[in-house]
Structure formats: structure tokens, C-alpha cells
Design a protein around this ligand. Sequence first.
Ligand code: AMP
Ligand code: MG
Length: 400
Amino acid sequence: MYPLVDAAAAAALVLEHTPVLGIEQRPLDSCAGRVLAEDVVAPSALPAFRSSAVDGFALRSTDAGQTLRVIGESAAGRPYEGSVGPGTAARILTGGALPEGADCVVMVEDVSLDGDLVTVPSHLRAGTNYHNIGDDVRAGDPVLTAGTQLGAAEIGIAAAIGRALLPVRRRPRVALMSTGDELVEVGKAPGRGQITDSNRWALYAALLEAGAEVHSLGIAPDEPGELRRLVEEWLDDADVLVTSGGVSVGTHDLVKPLLESLGTVHVGRVKLKPGKPFTFATLPAGKLAFGLPGFPVSSLVTFEVFVRPALRKLQGFARLQRPTLPVRLAYDARATADRTEYQRVTLRREGAELVADSTGSQSSSRLMSLAGAHALVRIAPGGDGVKAGTVVEAMILALP
Ligand code: AMP
Ligand code: MG
């Protein structure tokens, strides 16, 4: 019998045994969602030259109020190579380089034009209507930090400073398997006593969302030899094994003995509801194995609490946990067993506050308690629970 490990201690133990995966250089078109592995520094300034913010005329501010001769044009990508002296101006277009000698740009709306003569306003300030060298980024500025997830803006910055490749962490390769003689593939009519394998699809989605590459091993029967054969087949190709079912103490629960024979089981039972039979093991070559409980909500809640942070650590994320927000409970919450309980709630706005309503029966078989939930609320065991009206910190899955 495995000792009942405190939920927070089990989560810490998982992360302690989780390595960070290696670095690969990826072209920008495959960087979205990946985690940057090293800080990125700008090799040179942005903008690299003084560039006009408007369409108008580039001139010397000391020529305010004068009628000037237009001597050329500076368009984006086609700079005016001459210099703007006293009494002259150059037509300039947005993005065009400010010609030498000019110190401001006047908008085309603010001048009067007569052939190649332009009369400019009587009040002009040097430095207006153009972007100076280094306004956005100075040479040597750190622009992206290791551990951040690359989104549109980050990839845009990388391109702007000339980086065609970025160092990102490898995605974790996860082998996913359901176990149980009662399971049939989705779409097949279950016979007497059979149920459809839903965990594998729920976990598949959760794994993808967490950044993993998933290889599905299908359904393993409750037969030790076949289970071992399936698992050993993937061993070389994956970083992580995730199974559901087969971890409680019934006679058909074969996952713990298998993991015990392949590596080291660190957690075999957790003071957590739902998810008491959650099992965590390390396997040779730094691989991790998560034996998730069979009940659908238990498998997804233990995924959230233990597997997702580990997948984030593997990918080098700076932040491993879901963000939390203070929410006001609209119901009396109690941990019904002597275990930390993760209750599923929906959130709604009330003025400046978020208010949390229970999703109804919190039975670990009732997937509808998690469908559409916005957050998980952690309720400590013992005492009188948490009274309605109390503000607690909730783990945010999605905002309303
Ligand atoms: P187990 O942990 O194997 O004893 O499974 C507990 C219960 O979870 C089973 O009796 C099933 O009702 C349910 N279950 C197990 N595996 C799955 C699965 N892949 N999809 C949906 N429900 C499952
Ligand atoms: Mg089973």
C-alpha cells in the first residue's frame, strides 16, 4: 500500500523529478506557441535610420514660416540622397528616411503648395513627425526573455531584428494510453457493461493545449503482458507516458506494478479529491510516467494539478502554474473527505469582482462538472470549509 502523499508535496515531487528538454533552432514559421530557450538581444537599433511618421515635407525647423523650394523626394525604400539646406525642403512619405540637414517633418495637410514651392507653418519644432534611431529598440537591448512563450508580437520582434531562427525548447513527446477491459473505441456501440473510452480524447486535447506532441497508443486491456508490450513499444520514442485507469487498488489495476518494474514509483496515492490513486514514476533516461485515475474528472483534474506543470517545465516555461485570480465564492464550499479538494466553478462578473458558482455535483465521474468550468477552487480539508462570500484565489482555466 502506497503512503497518502499531501497534494502540494506530490506536485513539488513531480516537478523536482522533471527535467528541462533540449534546445532546437527553429524557423519563425514554426515558433508560434514555443518557449524561447535563451534571451534575445537586439544586435542593432530599431528604427535603424530616422524615418518619417507622416506624409509631408522634410526641412529645417529654422525655416519656419518660409516658402521653400522642393528639391527632391524621400519615399519608403527610396531615400533622397541629397541634403536639405536653408530655404529648401524634400517631399517625404511615411517610412521614408529623413534626408541629411532636415530636423523635422511637416504634414502635407499643414502646408500650401504651388508648383515646386511649399509654404510651411510659422511654428515648427525640431524632432517632430519622425521616429529617431533607436526609438523602439536600442542596440544591445534585451528584447525577448528565455522562458516566455512566443506569440505574434514576440515573433514580429524577432523578425524585425533580423532573427530568422530562434532557440526554442523541444516539445515533449507524450505517449497516451487508456486502460480497461470495459473500454470501447468512440463510435462503436458499447456492449453490456462496456463504456466508451472518453479519457483518451479529453487527455489528447489537454496535452495538445499544454504544448505536447501526442502519440496515441489506444486502449490496453487489463492484462499485464499486453500492457507491458504496449508500453515498452513506445519507450524509445517518448519523453512522457500518460495512462488513465488501472491505478486504484482493485485486482485489475496493473499500472503501478508495471511502472514499479520499469522504474521508480514516487507517488502512489495522493490526499486529493478527485484523484486519490494518482501515480507518478520516473523511468530510465529521464522519462516520466503519469498513471492518472480512470474517472473522467479525476483524470483531468490530476492532469491540471500534476501533468500540465510538468509539461511546462519540460518546455522551459518561466511560469509553470495556471494564473490565479481572487474570486468570491457564491456557495458554502467544504472538502467532503480528508483530502484537498479541487472544486469546479463557473465565474461571473459582479461589478469589479468575479463571483464563483459551483458547477453542481462534484462527482468524479461527472464530466459535466468540468465542461464549461472557468476555474478550479482549492478547498483545504478539515474545519468548517469555506463560507459563501469568502474571497479565495482560483486557478483560472478560462475567463467568462
Ligand atoms: P479504474 O481507475 O481503472 O478503476 O477506472 C475507474 C472508472 O473510471 C472505471 O470504472 C470507468 O467507469 C472509468 N474509466 C476508466 N477509464 C476510462 C476511460 N478511458 N474513459 C472513460 N471512463 C473511464
Ligand atoms: Mg480500470
